[in-house]
Design a protein around this ligand. Sequence first.
Ligand code: PMP
Ligand code: GLN
Length: 385
Amino acid sequence: MPVKPLHISGKLSHVESSIFTLMSALAQKHQALNLSQGFPDFEVDPVLIELVHQNMKAGHNQYAPMAGVPELRQAIVDFTQDLYGAQYHPDKEITITAGATQGIATAIATTIREGDEVILFSPAYDCYMPMIELNGGTPITVKLEHPNYSIDWNQVKRVVNHRTKMIIINTPHNPSGSVLTQDDLNALAEIVENSNILLLADEVYEHIIFNGAQHLSIRSHEVLKQRAFVMGSLGKSLHVTGWKTGYCLAPEPLMKEFQKVHQYQVFCTNKPVQLALAEYLNTTDLRAIGGFYEQKQKVFEKALASTGFKALPTYGSYFQLADYSSVSTQDDMTFAHELTVKHGVAAIPVSPFYRFPTDHKVLRFCFAKNEETLEKAGALLAKLG
Ligand code: PMP
Ligand code: GLN
């Protein structure tokens, strides 16, 4: 008897593989320079690798505590105090997560129920919306103003109502590289101040800040801090995206609930990596990361200057948006495909960061690369005219 085919109806059946997976696979298939998915192509500091090795050899190979090893929690709480003047209790107000991605998923799963509305800004990083929907929430999108990608707070005020449970903020912003100003923080505080609205602050690029900008963390503002899950990514900050280690900071009542979900989703993350990162953080000048990336951004911007691509302003993250309207009239998905296959440079089309049709003729390039890679990419792009 033939086996009856199984009918499977996944809760995210309407979603495809992410644009990052697609473009990185296409880059690999066609041996293109991969400036699409955001990750460095340069070596990790050998000191950090050695620290992981030492911790493994010293026998730290079993489960970490559920919230993360105390050394790493303390190191993060310390730099949070140092950089943002914000205090968190290392035993009660922080959890080490499997990348910021897990922290975001856990914060949403902890708080969002059927019928809740979550305000987010588009273009939006890809993991927010599916997570809201998986938990029965309704994403409410407010468009960022192209080409500055700034927030129109009057629009936010218009969509806030009694169902609004959370607002998701991402600064520095992926894909645009825009950053929130003090006026933005104040406008947000005015909106949420007398409400129960929670905040999810995705600050994975907190240290990758340049061109005269300053990272204004949600945790630096008392009204905002009180209601915020703040997400960071040591993978981003220390050039080890493959180690998938991030953190979530939140005031005790929020963190208590977050950990109830975290303990069943992952329980804990990689212990020798956590111990190594803690030791490394204690001897790292986090303020130097911005300058390190500013140099790369300048090299890439200069390389773009002799092409038909026009660099848009960026102040943080390791992404550069570029307008290609004088090079091609194709939509961004088609053009990104052609650029990879025919011209040997992979980039990310921006339209997948929107839920509604958009075609601004911009691509996102990742400049977390060796300078030779960036110059080579510039030379290939220059051939398009
Ligand atoms: N948020 C944003 C805006 C990102 O660009 C990324 C990229 N990786 C993440 C979250 C996820 O970070 P992680 O790799 O630590 O999971
Ligand atoms: N955050 C990375 C980017 O924006 C991608 C990470 C991933 O593939 N999920 O390129």
